[in-house]
Design a protein around this ligand. Structure first.
Ligand code: ZN
Length: 284
């Protein structure tokens, strides 16, 4: 069994019966001890999606190099653009350090845009776990960083036990869902979060004037550098505004907001913001 998967096996739960523990009778199979459902492990990454979605990626094969180039510029190479985009990664990582040794689930892990902010201890303890439905993105990440566990699963059916995480991160993720789906994702996040655990939600100030101006500049810069045109790219559409997301988070039963920081200026105006960085605490 791949080593990072071994480290999280006791935290996984069968998504078919929602209660069975999983074992790994063969390197490419997980088996539910309760309902006997099996789940494939492909290239070291367990699949908790329907068979026809195992090879799913939102990035077309012909677009993949451009996509990776754009991600490099936006997140992994030093520039004014990556400093902006990485502001919410920095925020989330700084909030995790307030907890002694948190176990964290990152929903919408992508190609590991948060990886540069994962601590040495989190890597050593495999206490930072990525979840995404996109097989291409997860395999791209895993080939570079096989030490960190990732799972291919839907945020609507998270294959982890109730109350197993100290932190659930949703970084630039909620805005990609419609309202009903985002509410269901938050419900699943609450289920897997321990009492007293934290939701870290960082999202673009969609709907604000500053963000629109910033997007035109950033997208123009990325197009110039990489040829990847986010203005004409359907996968990055934002379905929810910052106000939608904020009011949805505030109405989730059983959590309260501890912090809301508007970036780059911490003034309480979505219009003057690029991102909102927020922390919510689940009731004890
Ligand atoms: Zn089962």
């Amino acid at each position: 069994m791949p080593e990072p998967l071994n480290k999280i096996l006791d935290k996984l739960v069968c998504i078919s019966c929602a209660s069975g523990r999983l074992s790994c009778p063969a390197p490419e199979t997980l088996l539910c001890g309760s309902c006997r459902a099996t789940f494939r492990v492909v290239n070291g990454i367990p699949c908790f999606v329907a068979e026809e979605l195992v090879s799913f990626s939102e990035v077309k094969e012909t677009e993949r190099q451009h996509f990776i180039d754009a991600k490099q510029v936006a997140y992994f190479r030093e520039s004014f653009i990556s400093r902006l985009y990485n502001s919410y990664h920095q925020y989330a990582a700084s909030r995790r350090t307030l907890l002694p040794a948190p176990l964290t689930l990152d929903i919408g892990f992508g190609i590991g845009e948060h990886y540069p902010f994962v601590s040495a201890r989190e890597k050593a303890e495999a206490s930072f776990i990525g979840l995404d439905t996109d097989r291409f993105k997860l395999e791209y990440f895993s080939a570079l960083h096989p030490e960190l566990p990732v799972v291919q699963a839907s945020a609507l059916q998270i294959p982890f036990r109730d109350e197993s995480f100290d932190v659930v991160q949703l970084l630039a993720t909620l805005e990609h869902f419609d309202a009903a789906t985002a509410a269901a994702v938050l419900g699943e996040a609450m289920r897997v979060l321990k009492p007293g655990g934290y939701v870290l939600a960082c999202y673009p100030a969609e709907g604000s004037l500053l963000l629109r101006a910033g997007q035109l500049i950033m997208h123009g810069w990325l197009r110039l550098k990489t040829g990847f045109d986010l203005e004409h790219e359907e996968v990055h559409h934002h379905l929810l505004s910052a106000r939608d997301i904020q009011s949805m988070l505030l109405s989730v039963p059983g959590i309260e907001r501890c912090e809301s920081i508007n970036y780059p200026m911490n003034v309480n105006s979505i219009q003057l913001s690029l991102f909102l960085n927020e922390m919510y605490r689940k009731d004890q």
